[in-house]
Design a protein around this ligand. Structure first.
Ligand SMILES: N[C@@H](CCC[C@H](N)C(=O)O)C(=O)O
Length: 272
């Protein structure tokens, strides 16, 4: 049987995912589809697949699959894009919506642009957890990093020059460091002037991406923790920037950044 699946390609700071409204297009094997559809030459090309669904406890739900098919607990850039999707597609007319994720319910505040569509979104990412300094041992060229959980795990390494880091070589080795049996997202960060941080990321399950929302949060938290920045910072990634505030009053991390629709499409799915 051949089924046509409607999808929307969106990106947040260049972190691009295929978004499927799973209420209209239920998918049986999203992990496998994420692998096939994420391939640049034979698929649609993306960093992974995101399913937008219903929830009993929030306005909408999100499931996020990396390009290797693994399911992650949270995605910062996708949560902003879902905010844009549900508003622009008329699934809600509210500018504050809740999103059920594997790492808990997140609140999104949607900011419309002059055309009435959502331009930017602020996400309450919750409190960072398990903050600690990690000794990576010998053989990596980088001895110490900061571990931060933003619902998913991150290793942040501060370096004098991020452009000099061979991310394609060191990224996969650190992703599978024995201290992180479930794998880890790796961020290299360089402190710039004026509360700005330049960051490059190797994402668990997707490799080098142009941006990572949870990674930007982890980076800003780590920088503030080791007193390299104040509690608010702009994180500059390959595909764009986001502003992160680690709010003192509630200990939550608030991420604000853009969400962009690239195109709508339809892809055929053949099932037995
Ligand atoms: N790009 C995302 C994070 C996606 C999941 C991550 N690769 C993981 O496996 O934890 C973001 O914007 O946060």
């Amino acid at each position: 049987m051949t089924q046509k699946i409607r999808f929307t390609k969106m990106h947040g700071a260049g972190n691009d995912y295929i978004y499927v409204d799973a209420t209209r297009n239920p998918l049986q094997n999203p992990g496998e589809l994420s692998v096939a559809w994420s391939r640049p030459h034979t698929g649609i090309g993306s960093d992974g697949l995101v399913l937008i669904g219903r929830s009993d406890v929030a306005d909408f739900s999100m499931r996020i699959f990396n390009a290797d098919g693994s399911e992650a607990r949270m995605c910062g850039n996708a949560s902003r894009c879902i905010g844009k999707y549900v508003y622009d597609e008329g699934l809600t007319n509210r500018t504050t919506v809740t999103l059920d994720t594997l790492s808990g319910i997140k609140t999104l505040v949607l900011h419309p642009g002059p055309d009435g569509r959502i331009a930017t979104v602020t996400v309450d990412m919750g409190a960072p957890r398990d903050l600690r300094t990690v000794d990576l041992g010998d053989g990596y060229g980088f001895r110490h990093g900061q571990f931060v959980s933003m619902g998913n795990p991150h290793l942040v390494l501060f370096v004098p020059d991020v452009e000099a880091v061979d991310l394609a070589a060191i990224g996969p080795r650190l992703e599978r460091h024995p201290q992180f049996p479930g794998g880890i997202n790796v961020e290299f960060a360089q402190i710039l002037s004026g509360g700005r941080i330049r960051m490059r990321v190797w994402e668990r399950g997707s490799g080098i991406t142009q941006a990572c929302g949870t990674g930007a949060c982890a980076t800003a938290v780590a920088a503030s923790l080791v007193r390299l920045t104040e509690r608010t910072a702009t994180v500059v990634m390959d595909g764009g920037e986001v502003t992160i505030e680690w709010r003192e009053s509630d200990g939550h991390v608030y991420m604000t950044g853009g969400a962009v629709k690239v195109f709508d499409g339809e892809i055929e799915l053949t099932t037995e």
